[in-house]
Design a protein around this ligand. Structure first.
Ligand code: ADP
Length: 253
């Protein structure tokens, strides 16, 4: 698995709600190691696109390929095990469990997929040490080792966000979907979240949907612009900022 190879490939993707095509023939590829953002005016189809990638919604037609495999008909759970993590808008944290228990559950769910029944009968010790190692590694990575025994409900806002990212990372995802990470946040919380993304997710392949253009310009390697369910532009932040079709789409509402 090399940086630069295709990790996610969408081909001829269409999603209709009745007669209305929310996603209307999207082709898009994401390469391993890149930070890609998907932007577009309200109603452009960003959330729908994410739901098709994560498996929360079935496609009407077209193909979703991940790491070389056709995953178009896979359940959301199977996609998580295959390596697609999703964070932010959908909370994945159990408030009544400790920080460590939350991370451990996520690590365990992932490890279970990697072990056969025979292996789990005869190699329980190895399996538990693998899960414990993955848990400790993740707690260090999101800087929550000191708070490992604290109940998630008792965490400060920023630490709760760290835990949400930790739960995603514990499953060792090859691609992380970030769903409007700063929605509803104050300026200060937004800054904190951007720093967190830059600090903790620096080596990950990331796909972000976000309406805050400034944030997108600051973080992205490449940007895909959706309008009325179609890709109208794709390129570097500088290229996108100068693109007439993009300006028209935003000004035209
Ligand atoms: P965005 O995230 O870019 O704001 P959405 O993907 O949420 O856009 O929505 C795209 C379009 O699809 C909108 O016009 C929205 O009203 C419509 N839409 C989204 N979900 C549904 C649904 N479950 N049923 C009918 N229409 C929907």
């Amino acid at each position: 698995a090399q940086r630069g190879e295709t990790i996610l490939e969408l081909e001829g993707l269409i999603k209709r709600f009745g007669e209305f095509a929310a996603i209307d023939g999207v082709d898009m590829t994401v390469e391993r190691g890149e930070f890609r953002s998907v932007i577009g005016p309200n109603g452009a189809g960003k959330t729908t696109l994410f739901n098709l990638i994560s498996g929360a919604l079935p496609v009407t037609s077209g193909t979703v390929r991940f790491d070389g495999d056709d995953i178009t008909s896979m359940s959301p759970e199977a996609r998580v095990r295959a390596g697609i993590g999703r964070s932010f808008q959908i909370s994945n944290v159990f408030g009544g469990l400790s920080v460590r228990e939350n991370v451990r559950l996520a690590a365990q769910a992932n490890q279970q997929a990697d072990y056969s029944i025979v292996q789990s009968l005869f190699k329980t010790t190895d399996r538990y040490s693998d899960i414990n190692e993955a848990t400790d590694r993740t707690l260090e990575r999101v800087d929550l080792a000191d708070l490992a025994d604290v109940e998630a409900n008792a965490l400060a806002y920023g630490d709760r966000r760290r835990l949400e990212i930790g739960v995603v990372l514990a499953a060792d995802p090859a691609l992380v979907l970030l769903d409007e990470p700063t929605a509803g946040m104050s300026v200060e919380e937004t800054r904190e979240t951007i720093d967190l993304i830059e600090e903790v997710l620096v080596d990950q392949t990331l796909l972000l949907i976000e309406h805050d253009i400034e944030l997108v310009m600051e973080l992205s390697d490449r940007i895909t612009v959706l309008n009325r369910g179609e890709v109208i532009a794709e390129g570097s932040p500088e290229g996108i900022a100068a693109d007439q079709a993009v300006q028209d789409a935003y000004l035209g509402g």
